[in-house]
Write a protein that binds this ligand. Structure first.
Ligand SMILES: Nc1ncnc2c1ncn2[C@@H]1O[C@H](COP(=O)(O)OP(=O)(O)OP(=O)(O)O)[C@@H](O)[C@H]1O
Ligand SMILES: [Mg+2]
Length: 243
């Protein structure tokens, strides 16, 4: 389980203080597929980065399976972070490395030589045939598949997805939804998806957090909510309910 307890994070930009997250309290169950929505700048990426402790909270606490990252030493933090994969809108592949080499990167960093694992992950994301190609020759959807294979190579218990489909066309978005659902099914991972595309959230998540200017507006179940496709309506409605 992931638990945020009154977590706040500020940043300074030109002497102006920005509250990226403001006393956010919520829990995400183990193996849940959990969404995070909100306007640009509402703190979504910061929220993800607090889970794997790429950011540390100014106040409040983040627990992953009962462990407070802030209390671990660097080595323990690294070990815990290795159990969390992350994928990004812009894929973040290395252009001078082949598909196979990109997937090998996190293993190599740990001095692990596991060609079978790489092959297996590339098979899973249906990219084995392009193992020796370079990212520049791939479509956006294919690049994201490779990025996912790279994240999966480490056997993550938690997969953090920051706008995973936002750079993709409709067809690739659909395939990505299928792939993420398959990952959930196959690897029983906890998956957290930040997206402004509510159809993606709706297709995959049980619940979603709605952030507004760093504040948690609501955590809501999705599947039964007919209005969820209409973000404006939904958002307005949630605001209305919460006064
Ligand atoms: N490293 C940083 N230094 C300074 N300000 C930051 C930093 N990271 C985030 N911020 C600020 O904190 C706020 C929240 O940023 P965050 O990236 O979490 O938002 P977001 O919801 O992911 O936005 P987007 O949808 O545009 O990706 C923004 O105002 C942003 O400018
Ligand atoms: Mg962001």
């Amino acid at each position: 389980m992931i638990a945020f307890e009154k977590v706040s994070k500020k940043f300074k930009q030109k002497n102006v203080e920005i509250r990226a997250l403001n006393e956010v309290t919520l829990t995400i169950d183990t193996q849940e597929v959990f969404g995070v929505v909100g306007e640009s700048g509402s703190g979504k990426s910061t929220f993800l980065r607090l889970i794997n402790h790429l950011e540390s909270p100014d106040s409040g606490e983040v627990f992953v399976d009962g462990v407070n990252f802030s209390l671990l030493n660097t080595k323990e933090q690294r070990k815990k972070r290795q159990k969390m994969g992350m994928i990004f809108q812009q894929f973040n592949l290395l252009g001078n490395k082949t598909v196979k080499e990109n997937v090998d990167l996190p293993l190599k960093l740990q001095r692990r030589n596991e060609p079978d694992k790489i092959e297996q992950m590339l098979q899973f994301v249906k990219m084995a045939e392009k193992a020796d190609q370079y990212p520049s020759s791939l479509s956006g959807g294919e690049k994201q598949r490779v990025a996912i294979a790279r994240a999966l190579a480490m056997g993550p218990e938690i997969l953090l997805c920051d706008e995973p489909t936002s750079a993709l066309d409709d067809q690739h978005t659909y395939e990505m939804i299928q792939l993420l659902a398959e990952i959930h099914h196959t690897f029983a991972a906890t998956i957290i998806i930040v997206s402004h595309e509510l159809e993606v959230i709706k297709a995959l998540c049980n619940r979603t957090a709605i952030l507004e200017k760093g504040k948690l507006l609501a955590v809501t179940s999705i599947k039964n909510d007919e209005n969820f496709t209409h973000y404006e309506n939904y958002y307005e409605r949630v605001k209305e309910i919460l006064g």
